[in-house]
Ligand binder design. Structure first.
Ligand code: CIR
Length: 254
């Protein structure tokens, strides 16, 4: 079964961490957008498990940052933003019924938004949220699963997956100037259109269709040209809080 663990939008979401100069997201609209996102996942064949939000954590809808699934192992992270550290407990309580849990320990920090698994490589963003110790701890865990880790320094964006998004097993959509493209040798790279900078986000669903943000039509058209089916969705309030489409779910098989 393909599970999608999601967490609702908290009442305090208008106090979520936003980029400097960014606007506060609107709670009611974010909730409607999140509901639609969950329905799209369901329609694509995911068994959606909804965890209730906790109003003490404005950013708790961004459940991806709290855990990374590597095969049978769930790695409970230690989020880089201190205000988000307590979000992991409720998520771990759900994951423990399906996965063997491991944890990232201090002084390590790691956000799931920095982790992208493609084939036998685990790419990890070294960002303002994920530090060397967190990356090293994850490296030890993935090595036990026969996977290799590739650290990727990230510039000018929050997470690796703010700028690099897989749309199939061998294709990445990437925001130019944020990462060293040489680190993705062997993979096909599509550039985000310069007029849509930081607007494209994507989530590969079980059906093979890729959910994409509706504010990057030129970039999405580049993906479609490769024969990949895309489905646009409006997540304006999630983007306002510096999130994307991967960040609202943890997808894993049980
Ligand atoms: C934060 O700054 O932590 C949240 N406002 C946004 C987190 C987005 N997470 C993600 O894309 N994985």
């Amino acid at each position: 079964m393909d599970r999608a663990l999601v967490r609702g939008v908290s009442e305090s979401f208008d106090r979520a961490i936003v980029r400097e100069g960014g606007r506060a997201p609107e709670v009611a609209l974010a909730r409607r957008q999140h509901d639609l996102y969950c329905r799209r996942l369901e329609a694509a064949g995911h068994a959606v498990e909804r965890l209730a939000p906790d109003d003490s954590y404005p950013d708790c809808v961004f459940v991806e940052d709290t855990a990374v699934v590597v095969g049978p192992v769930g790695v409970v992270t230690r989020p880089g933003a201190e205000s988000r550290r307590g979000e992991t407990f409720a998520v771990a309580e759900v994951l423990v019924s399906d996965l063997v849990l491991r944890t990232i320990e201090a002084p390590g920090t790691l956000d799931g938004g920095d982790v992208m698994i493609l084939g036998d490589t685990v790419f990890v963003g070294r960002s303002s949220r994920s530090n060397d110790s967190g990356i090293e701890q994850l490296g030890d865990i993935v090595a036990e699963q026969g996977l290799r880790l590739q650290a990727v320094p990230v510039e000018g964006v929050l997470h690796l997956k703010s700028a690099v998004l897989p749309v199939d097993d061998e294709t990445l959509v990437l925001t130019p100037g944020t990462v060293d493209e040489g680190l993705f040798a062997g993979l096909r790279i599509v550039h985000e259109d310069s007029r849509e900078r930081h607007r494209f986000s994507a989530l590969r669903m079980r059906s093979g269709t890729v959910l994409v943000t509706d504010v990057a039509p030129r970039t999405s058209a580049r993906v479609e040209t490769l024969g990949i089916e895309v489905e646009p969705i409006d997540v304006s309030e999630i983007l306002a809080a510096d999130g994307g489409l991967t960040c609202m779910s943890i997808l894993y098989k049980v």
